[in-house]
Design a protein around this ligand. Sequence first.
Ligand SMILES: Cc1ncc(COP(=O)(O)O)c(C=O)c1O
Length: 434
Amino acid sequence: MQNVVDLDRAYVWHPFTQEQTAPAPIEIVAAKGSRLIGANGKEFLDLISSWWVTIHGHAHPRIAQAIAEQARTLEQVIFAGFTHAPAARLATELVRRLPAGLERVFFSDDGSTSVEVAMKMALQFWRNQGETRRRFLAFEGGYHGDTVGAMSAGRSSGFFDAFEAMLFSVDPLPYPATWEGDDQVEEKEGAALSALDAYLERHGQETAALIAEPLVQGASGMRMCRPSFLRALRSRLQQADVLLIFDEVMTGFGRTGELFACQKAKVTPDIICLSKGLTAGFLPLAVTVCRKEIYQVFLGETFDRAFTHGHSFTANPLGCAAALASLQVFDEENTLAKLSLIEAVHRDALARLALNPKVGRLRLTGTIAAMDVMAEQEGYTSAVGSKLKDYFHTQGLLLRPLGNVLYLLPPYCISEPELRRAYEVIEHAVTAVI
Ligand SMILES: Cc1ncc(COP(=O)(O)O)c(C=O)c1O
């Protein structure tokens, strides 16, 4: 058989990659726990949970077994007019663990589709009540996925200039990004809330929903905000009768230290989007969960009130079985308690890095730690990112800076020595490599 990388180079097109200049992809043949194993035997410590999806660790036997058993029993069935135990049980378990009020679970395939569902649900919620509300609000720098609605909401992330012609208008709000020792946070939050107040005063009645990544904006550079800001946001939207959508595709399932960021922030949205960690990173699956009152507006005698959205693989039984097993692992392994250990190691390392003039804006929320590397060019295309990434690869670390933003988002099974070693390499890299 021909070499895998040669075949890849001949026939495959990779995501978010400039194929002409990117180095050849690294072939991975196996994975276990926090480690990926390359074709030549080289190991990589996965410090980004393979694009933020792996939570308990790679190839967790409990989840692998649940998928295998499900595959032998029922691998797939149309989800219109039919149901199955993994889907019904998963919906029940999710509702049990989400904040009270979020009660109806709509399944889809990935983070982007869960966002499309949320936006369409919000639009039709108003339409079914005879109101035309076409406006959406989103935060500057927000990223919600690569389908048209999600791109429209995430336009200001800067990734979608090539698709401008197909995007619809979503109104941007300033985002009060903050970090350790930020003495301007109050000012930034005040400005964001004043902008929201002015907007709601003018357009509240035409606005279907605001969509936000709670506590941490992922793709635009792990930009964090304070929980109290989200509470202020919630009360304003409630007063103005505008729906709040939380995109917890990245923050869900323990990332911020609690099962969901909305719990950490003590804010219950009207609609929540979950994916990535939902199946512990084993299979693509997503859910959009809404309040009972939203679901009820779609009921009626005629089909035009129904939610006409669905995918071939809606509520795929294998994905649901993986998700159920993952929730069991949370209970059996007391996973939430492990998260504070990861946070403590991050905190300790960031305190040391704070003394290093090569980095700034250190920030931490639960298992996510991030910092800006001081570079001439900032942003996603900053050359410092790919230089650091290449160096980390040579050191056996899978880290993928977002431009000049260096972040760690490890699987929860990572050991303290593994994480400490990663920080040693990072400290060396930011001082000696760039
Ligand atoms: C907050 C957020 N929303 C949505 C998405 C899109 O998810 P997917 O890539 O699974 O479509 C992502 C992906 O990184 C994300 O971080």
